[in-house]
Ligand binder design. Sequence first.
Ligand code: APR
Length: 235
Amino acid sequence: MTYYENIVILTGAGISAESGLDTFRDKGGIWAKYDLMELATPEAFARNPDLVHEFYNARREGVKKVSPNAAHFALAQLEQSHPGKVTLITQNVDPLHEKAGSKNLMHMHGELNKARCLTCHGVCTWQDDLSRANICPSCGQAGALRPHIVWFGEMPFHMDDITICLEACDLFISIGTSGSVYPAAGFVQTAHGYGAETVELNLEPSDGDRLFSVGHYGKATKIVPEYIAGLIKQD
Ligand code: APR
């Protein structure tokens, strides 16, 4: 059995699906119901901020009703028990990883429960509805708060730290992501290029499944706890 000192895990919407949150590209997913060009670009927000706020307010309300599932808890348990380093990078904007207890976590596409000021760039916790009437708690400007979400055409957060982690890891695990959005979709190649073992855990083979050396397919609440239990046994 191989011991992995430095583990990097990338998660996507599939890990939160069984908690009750819609994925983006599955049948009936968020981008099948809504036009992303009207809701998830900086241009859309400039054109119609009320519509964009309404969409994210509904999603912010939605995450209040859901809880982490067995897959989120398994990753938190690995972080706590692993003698080496575990870094979790999520594309998800929901708070389920931190609610499950994960600590070394980067939200590369932002967080639903935060807002950012277009005037002072301050980021604040925001649990309830956001609108143009709200005032930035840092600078007092009205109408300048936006969802702290990375929209299409914007640069994801934490990219320098993520690159350092990918270059240093010896095991890269991708969970519940279709692998259709870059730069996250390219992380497997970076990790592989630096010598890491690469594992995909997903409902079905993703767009980039050939890039992984190992794949386990099925529901996250089954395959993630099983796979993580195997890793913990090796520690
Ligand atoms: N268990 C495991 N995997 C699942 C489950 C489940 N119960 N349900 C769905 N999946 C898988 C799907 O098979 C699919 O491959 O999760 C993946 C979800 O893919 P997407 O909907 O494309 O979500 P994601 O990869 O996170 O999207 C990336 O796109 O619009 C953006 O910013 C948004 O962060 C998001 C990014």
